[in-house]
Design a protein around this ligand. Structure first.
Ligand SMILES: *Cc1c(COP(=O)(O)O)cnc(C)c1O
Length: 355
């Protein structure tokens, strides 16, 4: 039995047909273990085709592991990693980046929108240069950010320029990387290695897979021994083909992009529909598959009373996330309910003012 669709998280979605069918094909018969199989080879090659470069590709179970191990591979324990205050690595990974790097400290930049800018990096990276401070070594950015903003190619180029100047590596948390590509309409290479990104964590889970993220090293030297790091961290899948085959399904069919385009379009649909609603405002520009709304408590309570689930852990606003499977009719039902409760709240306010 399934409940009516909710948009509280893009992780509520199931597995998309392309990923599912590839897993089904991988399930016919046996194959070599630990990544020494055709599916894993084919998925790695599909990434190299998509990114137009001979990158090193690894598969992890989730984004926390992918980010943490990637960052750990870029620095020593006495180094530090610059990130935004809203970064998932800072707020939602339970200290895993510090744990897997044996203590590399996260240096948190206060940012308005969750986007890092060159000045913030320069300030943190050059503020202290003495032996007592953990030496800045890596910058990590989230593309799109946790609140759904997308870095342009020029913005990533500007960040990587300051990284190069200051001797810093650039990591990209791309848990929703496909959604950023859908928005930018650019080649994946242009927003990553051609713009100076050293390592990308490409999210599969929020792109339609059951589970799995890919870690792409654009400088093969940085990938040295990363397979051992994965194994030690419990991230080497013995039946690797079930982690890699869904990528073959997503990448070879183009579903990786169409899934993201669909999620983004649903977010745009909601954002456009609330533009004229009194008291209901967008907290952030809608540039990917997330919509954050501020609204009076009466409106949010009214939505909950009508059965809608959503998170309000960022600034008290309501977050709605749209995955590959978002049903436009359900988006319209949400819009209709939002209009109804916001209209009631507006009428109440009017009645109060008139009284
Ligand atoms: C979802 C997400 C991740 C990965 O989270 P896991 O639960 O560990 O898979 C990483 N970064 C961002 C920005 C995310 O939204």
């Amino acid at each position: 039995m399934t409940d009516a669709q909710q948009f509280a998280s893009d992780n509520y979605a199931g597995i998309c047909p392309e990923a599912w069918q590839a897993m089904d094909r991988a399930n016919r018969g046996s194959a070599s273990a630990y990544g020494d199989d055709d599916w894993t080879q084919r998925a790695s090659d599909a990434f190299r085709d998509l990114f137009e470069t001979e990158c090193e590709v690894f598969f992890a179970f989730n984004g926390t592991a992918a980010n943490s191990l990637a960052l750990a591979s870029l620095c020593q324990s006495y180094h530090s990693v610059i990130c935004s205050a809203q970064a998932h690595v800072e707020t939602d990974e339970c200290g895993a980046p510090e744990f897997f790097s044996n203590g590399s400290k996260l240096l948190v930049a206060p940012t308005e929108s969750g986007k890092l800018d060159p000045q913030a990096i320069r300030k943190l990276a050059t503020g202290r240069a003495d032996i007592h401070f953990p030496k800045p070594r890596v910058v990590t950015i989230t593309q799109p950010t946790e609140t759904g903003q997308v870095y342009t190619v020029a913005e990533v180029q500007a960040l990587s320029a300051v990284c190069r100047e200051l001797g810093l590596r650039l990591h990209m948390d791309g848990a929703r990387f496909a959604h950023a590509c859908a928005t930018l309409g650019c080649r994946p290479a242009d927003i990553t290695w051609r713009a100076g990104v050293d390592v990308l964590c490409f999210g599969g889970t929020k792109n339609g897979m059951a589970v799995g993220e890919a870690v792409l090293f654009f400088d093969p030297a940085l990938a040295q021994d990363f397979d051992y790091r994965c194994k030690q961290a419990g991230q080497l899948a013995s039946k690797m083909r079930f982690l890699s085959a869904p990528w073959v399904g997503l990448l070879e069919s183009g579903a990786w992009l169409s899934n993201a385009e669909h999620g983004n379009a649903c977010a745009d649909r909601l954002a456009a529909a609330v533009a004229d609603l009194p008291g209901v405002d967008l907290m952030f520009p809608v540039e990917a598959n997330a919509v954050f709304l501020t609204a009076p408590d009466t409106v949010l309570d009214g939505l909950r009373a009508r059965g809608w689930r959503f998170y309000t852990f960022i600034g008290g606003g309501a977050r709605f996330m749209f995955a590959w499977d978002a049903d436009p009719a359900r988006v319209d039902a949400l819009i209709a309910d939002l209009r109804a409760v916001a209209g009631d709240a507006g009428a109440d306010a009017f009645a109060c003012a008139a009284a």
